[in-house]
Design a protein around this ligand. Structure first.
Ligand code: WT7
Length: 647
C-alpha cells in the first residue's frame, strides 16, 4: 500500500461561508441521511416544483435489483431548470455562456432566452410528431443547440440519447439502433483544433444503415456544403423560424419515474449499454450534489469542461447547474488550441468560480508547463474539481498549487455514468483533503468494501466497492434489456450494487479508489491495484505519466507491465528503468516491482481521457488481434505504435 500522509484543511474563510462548514456538521448530516433517507430526500424534493407531490419517497428493493423514488410524484425536468427561475431577477441572469472555437465567437443565453429557445424547439419536435416516451438521438458538438435540444426533449417527455459528436458513423448507428430512435438532431460540421469536422456526412453514413430514421434536424454551424435528403432532413433554423412555432410550450407532466434520458457506456466487450436515468431521482441528486460538492452560491460561474456526450456534462454542465439556477459555461472545440492556455484564457475571461475537469487534462496542462497558467489571472477560481480517474498525488499537488494557488480545494469526485451524480467526494468547507483520495461518501450513500466471499475488508485492505442501498441518482435499468441491469450489477454480491471498482478505506474512513477490479494485478496471489503502482511511478521525478497492467506470468501468476511517459528532457536508459523499479519497491514493496517497463510517448486512452487498461493488457500480452469495442478509443494508431514499441 502506498502511503500518502499530506492533509490539507479547508481555509477558515471558505468554511465560514460554506453550506457545510465542518467535519462534525458533515458527520451529523450524513448520519441523518442514512438513518432517515426518506426524510433527507423529501427535504431536497421540496426545493423543486411539482405538479403533484409524491406518495412515497422510496422503494428499496435491491434484493430484486429494483428501486424507485418519489413514487406517484409528477414534475418536469425542463420546467425546473427554466420556468422555475423566471420570476424575479434570475430571469435576466445568464443560464449559458457559450464560447465557440474560432476566437471571439461567444453567445450568452439568459434564463428567459433559453426558455424561449427550448419552448420553440419543443414545439418543432411536437409539430413533427415526436411524443412523450419517443427516443430522440442528439449528435452535436458543444454548441448551444445541444442543451436546447436536450431540454426540449425533457419538456415534452421525449427521451434524449446524446451521442458524443466525435463518434464514428458505426458507433452512432449502433446507439441509434439500440435506442430505436426515429429522430436525429445533427449539424453540418463543427470546429475542433482549427479544423472543420464534417459531421453531417458521418450522420448520413449512420442513417444510411438505419432505415428507421424518419427525420433529421440539421443545425447550421460550419456553413459547409451538405447533402439534405428530401423528406427526411430539414434545417434547424428554418424550423425554428416557422410562423406556427410559438415560444411557449406547456411542459408535459412527467411521472417521477418516467425516463429522462439514455446514455450509452461502452462495455468491455460487445455492444454499448444504454444506461437509463429517470426524472425526479436524477434531477434531485444532481441538483443537491452540484450545490454541495462545489459549494455553489448564487452568482457563481460553473465551468464543467466535459462534453455533454458524457454523463459529467449531463449532470454538472446542464441539469445540476440549471436546476440550481447557476450560470454554466459551454465551450466548443479543443481546450489546447490554438495555444495550450486556451483553457486558462476562458477561466479568466468568464471569471469562472468552479472548474471541473479530468486528471488527464490536469496532467496534460502540467506537462505544458506552469508558464501557461501563470500568464492568466485565475483569481476568480474558488473550487477545482476532478473526475473520471484516480488523480495521482503529483497532478493533485500541481492543480492545487499552480492552478489554485493553494486557495482552492481539489474536489476529487468518484462516480459513474450509472450513479448519475457524485457519490464519493469532499465538500469544500468541511472535508480535509488527502491528495489521491476521493475522501468520503456523499449524503445518503452507503458503501462497503468486500472480499470475494462477501465479508467486509479490514481498514486499508483492498476489496470490491459496493453500494448497499438505493440512491436517487442511480440508474433504473439498461434500456431495452431490463435483465442486463441485474446481471451486470447485482450478481456478484446479491442484493448489493457492485461498482466494478477496487478500493480501500483508511483509518479515517477515507476512500482510495484503485481502478477497475479487472485492473487489479495478482502477484503471487497478493493483490495490488494498477493505480497504486502508477501513482508510485508518477511520484518519481523523471516520470510524467504511467499506465500499469498485469500479464500472465508463469512463476508469479501475474506479472506487472508498466508503460511510462518520461518528462521532457529526460533520457531513456536501462539505469532509469532500474531506478523506477527500485522506486516502486520503496514506495509499495517488492511485490510492486514491474517486470517490464516500456518507455512510450503517449498512453492509449479513451476520448474522455481514461486510461484504456483493457487495451494495454492486450499489448502487454502480445496479442492485439481482437480488441473488443474500441468506439471510445481516442486514437487507434496509438495502439499500433505501442505494440510496435513492445519488446
Ligand atoms: C468509472 C466510471 C463519472 C463520470 C465520468 C466517468 C472511474 C470515476 C473517479 C475518481 C477514481 C474514478 C471509476 C468508475 N472513476 N471517477 N474520482 N477516482 N476513479 O464515468 O465512464 O461511467 O466511469 O470511472 O473506475 O467506476 P464512467
Amino acid at each position: 500500500m502506498m502511503e500518502e500522509r499530506r492533509i490539507f484543511l479547508p481555509s477558515p474563510k471558505l468554511s465560514q461561508q460554506a453550506h457545510i462548514k465542518s467535519m462534525e456538521e458533515y458527520r451529523a448530516l450524513y448520519r441523518e441521511s442514512i438513518d432517515d433517507p426518506e426524510g433527507f430526500w423529501a427535504r431536497v424534493a421540496e426545493e423543486v416544483e411539482w405538479f403533484h407531490k409524491w406518495d412515497r419517497v422510496m422503494i428499496d428493493d435491491f434484493a430484486h435489483a429494483r428501486h424507485a423514488w418519489f413514487v406517484g410524484g409528477k414534475l418536469n425536468a425542463a420546467y425546473n431548470c427554466l420556468d422555475r427561475h423566471l420570476t424575479g431577477a434570475r430571469k435576466a441572469k445568464a443560464a449559458i455562456m457559450w464560447e465557440g472555437e474560432p476566437a471571439g465567437e461567444t453567445k450568452t443565453y439568459t434564463y428567459q432566452q433559453l426558455y424561449e429557445e427550448v419552448c420553440r424547439f419543443a414545439n418543432v419536435l411536437k409539430k413533427h410528431g415526436v411524443k412523450r416516451g419517443d427516443r430522440v438521438s442528439i449528435y452535436l458538438p458543444m454548441i448551444p443547440e445541444l442543451p436546447i435540444a436536450m431540454l426540449a426533449c425533457a419538456r415534452i417527455g421525449a427521451i434524449h440519447s446524446v451521442v458524443f459528436g466525435g463518434f464514428s458513423a458505426e458507433s452512432l448507428r449502433d446507439r441509434i439502433e439500440d435506442a430505436g430512435t426515429t429522430v436525429l438532431i445533427c449539424c453540418d460540421g463543427y470546429y475542433r483544433g482549427g479544423r472543420i469536422m464534417d459531421s453531417k456526412a458521418t450522420a448520413d453514413a449512420a442513417m444510411a444503415q438505419y432505415p428507421g430514421m424518419q427525420r433529421a434536424f440539421v443545425v447550421r454551424r460550419s456553413g459547409g456544403k451538405v447533402d439534405m435528403q428530401k423528406g427526411r432532413d430539414t434545417w434547424w433554423h428554418e424550423e425554428m423560424a416557422a410562423k406556427d412555432i410559438a415560444s411557449e410550450c406547456k411542459p408535459e407532466e412527467m411521472d417521477a419515474e418516467d425516463p429522462l434520458f439514455i446514455l450509452y457506456t461502452s462495455g468491455s466487450t460487445g455492444k454499448p449499454k444504454g444506461v437509463l436515468h429517470t426524472t425526479a431521482g436524477y434531477l434531485l441528486s444532481v441538483k443537491k450534489t452540484f450545490e454541495l460538492i462545489f459549494d455553489y452560491h448564487d452568482g457563481d460561474i460553473m465551468w464543467c469542461a466535459a462534453d455533454f456526450g458524457w454523463i459529467t456534462g449531463h449532470s454538472y454542465g446542464l441539469y445540476g447547474p440549471l436546476c440550481a439556477g447557476a450560470t454554466s459555461v459551454i465551450v466548443e472545440g479543443s481546450l489546447s488550441y490554438p495555444k495550450p492556455d486556451r483553457l486558462w484564457e476562458i477561466v479568466e475571461k468568464h471569471r469562472v468560480n468552479i472548474f471541473y475537469t479530468t486528471p488527464t487534462t490536469v496532467q496534460a496542462c502540467m506537462r505544458e508547463g506552469d508558464e501557461w497558467v501563470d500568464r492568466h489571472d485565475l483569481g476568480s477560481l474558488r473550487v477545482l474539481g476532478s473526475v473520471g480517474d484516480p488523480i495521482n498525488p503529483e497532478a493533485w499537488m500541481w492543480y492545487y498549487t499552480v492552478v489554485g494557488k493553494e486557495q482552492c480545494p481539489i474536489i476529487d469526485t468518484w462516480w459513474q455514468t450509472e450513479t448519475g451524480g457524485a457519490m464519493i467526494t469532499p465538500l469544500p468547507g468541511a472535508i480535509p483533503l488527502k491528495p489521491g483520495s476521493a475522501t468520503v461518501p456523499f449524503f445518503g450513500v452507503e458503501l462497503a468494501i468486500l472480499r470475494e466471499d462477501g465479508t467486509e475488508c479490514e481498514v486499508n485492505e483492498g476489496g470490491y466497492l459496493v453500494i448497499r442501498r438505493p440512491w436517487p441518482g442511480m440508474m433504473r435499468s439498461s434500456f431495452g434489456e431490463p435483465e442486463q441491469f441485474k446481471e451486470t450489477y447485482f450478481v456478484q454480491f446479491p442484493g448489493l450494487y457492485f461498482t466494478g471498482d477496487w478500493a480501500r478505506r483508511d483509518e479515517d474512513g477515507y476512500y482510495w479508489l484503485m481502478g477497475r477490479v479487472d485492473d487489479v494485478i495478482k502477484v503471487f496471489g497478493y493483490r495490488v491495484g494498477a493505480v497504486e503502482i502508477e501513482h508510485a511511478l508518477t511520484s518519481h521525478e523523471a516520470v510524467a505519466e504511467a499506465a500499469v497492467v498485469g500479464f500472465p506470468h508463469e512463476a508469479k501468476g501475474q506479472g506487472i507491465y508498466a508503460f511510462v511517459v518520461l518528462k521532457s528532457g529526460v533520457e531513456q536508459s536501462e539505469e532509469l528503468k532500474k531506478a523506477l523499479a527500485d522506486h516502486c519497491r520503496t514506495k509499495i514493496g517488492p511485490i510492486a516491482i514491474p517486470d517490464h517497463i516500456q518507455f512510450v510517448t503517449v498512453i492509449s486512452r479513451t476520448i474522455q481521457g481514461k486510461t484504456m487498461r483493457r487495451i494495454l493488457r492486450k499489448i502487454a500480452e502480445g496479442d492485439i488481434g481482437d480488441l473488443g469495442d474500441t468506439s471510445t478509443l481516442a486514437d487507434r494508431s496509438v495502439v499500433d505504435s505501442l505494440f510496435e514499441g513492445r519488446r
